[in-house]
Write a protein that binds this ligand. Structure first.
Ligand code: CA
Length: 220
C-alpha cells in the first residue's frame, strides 16, 4: 500500500523481480480491504496514505483479526514514530528512503516466520519451474505458462515416472467440481509438451493408452 506512484511501481518491480506476486493499493480503505480479505502473505504499508492513515489501517485490520505480517514504510523516522507503528501492530518498520536490498532482506526475514514465504522454484531433470511466476526455464531459455499449464506441469514434476490417471489430473488441476471435458486434458497436455520442447527440455509427457500420462525425464 503506497500512494506515491513512482515508489509504488519501484516496489512492485523490485518484489516481482525477486519472485513475489504483488498486488498494489493506492489508498487506506482499499489497503484495509486487501488486508482483511486475508489473501496476502505479507503487506508493505505506507504510513501516510489518502483516505485513511496507514496506522489506522493497521489497527483496524488487527482488530478484525488480520494476522498478516506487516512491514511499515515511512518517511517519519523518530523513535516515537517507530514505537507508535509497532504498537499499532506492525511487525517491522523501514524508513524511507531505503535500498531495495534492505527491503528484500526485511521481507525475507518476515517471510521466514511462516516458512511458506520463500519463492517457489521446482527443479527436475533439465528444467526449473517457478510456480509463483509461472516461468519454465530449460536449456533453450525461459517460457511463461498460463495458470492451468503451470498447474499441470507442476503435478507431473512432482510425480516423475509415475503414470497419472486422467481422473487424478482432472482432480488436481481442475478441481473436484469442474465441468471440464476429458478432451480438454489432451489439449493442455499438448500445450505443455510444446512448452517443454520450446524450453529445450529432453523431458517428455508420454501417453499411456487407456489410463493417462507419465513424465519421462530421459526418454530414449
Ligand atoms: Ca505516502
Amino acid at each position: 500500500m503506497e500512494d506515491e506512484k513512482d515508489l509504488r511501481e519501484a516496489l512492485r518491480d523490485t518484489l516481482a523481480a525477486a519472485g513475489y506476486t504483488v498486488e498494489c493499493c493506492e489508498n487506506g480503505p482499499d489497503g484495509l480491504d486487501a488486508l482483511c480479505c486475508g489473501g496476502c502473505e505479507l503487506a508493505l504499508l505506507d504510513r501516510l496514505l489518502p483516505g485513511m492513515d496507514g496506522l489506522e489501517v493497521l489497527r483496524q485490520a488487527r482488530q478484525a483479526g488480520c494476522a498478516t505480517p506487516v512491514l511499515v514504510l515511512t518517511a517519519l523516522d523518530g523513535v516515537g514514530d517507530r514505537v507508535e507503528g509497532l504498537d499499532a501492530g506492525a511487525d517491522d518498520y523501514l524508513a524511507k528512503p531505503f535500498a531495495p536490498e534492505e527491503l528484500l532482506a526485511r521481507v525475507r526475514a518476515l517471510g521466514r516466520r511462516p516458512a511458506r514465504w520463500e519463492p517457489t522454484a521446482l527443479r527436475r531433470g533439465d528444467v526449473e519451474l517457478d510456480v509463483a511466476g509461472r516461468v519454465l526455464t530449460g536449456p533453450a531459455g525461459a517460457r511463461t505458462l498460463s495458470g492451468r499449464e503451470c498447474a499441470l506441469l507442476e503435478l507431473f514434476l512432482h510425480n516423475p515416472g509415475v503414470t497419472l490417471p486422467r481422473e487424478r489430473i482432472l482432480l488436481n488441476v481442475w478441481g473436484p467440481d469442474s465441468e471440464v471435458e476429458s478432451g480438454n486434458i489432451d489439449n493442455y497436455i499438448h500445450l505443455v509438451r510444446r512448452r517443454l520442447r520450446l524450453a529445450g527440455s529432453r523431458m517428455e509427457l508420454v501417453t499411456c493408452r487407456g489410463t493417462g500420462y507419465r513424465l519421462e525425464e530421459d526418454p530414449c
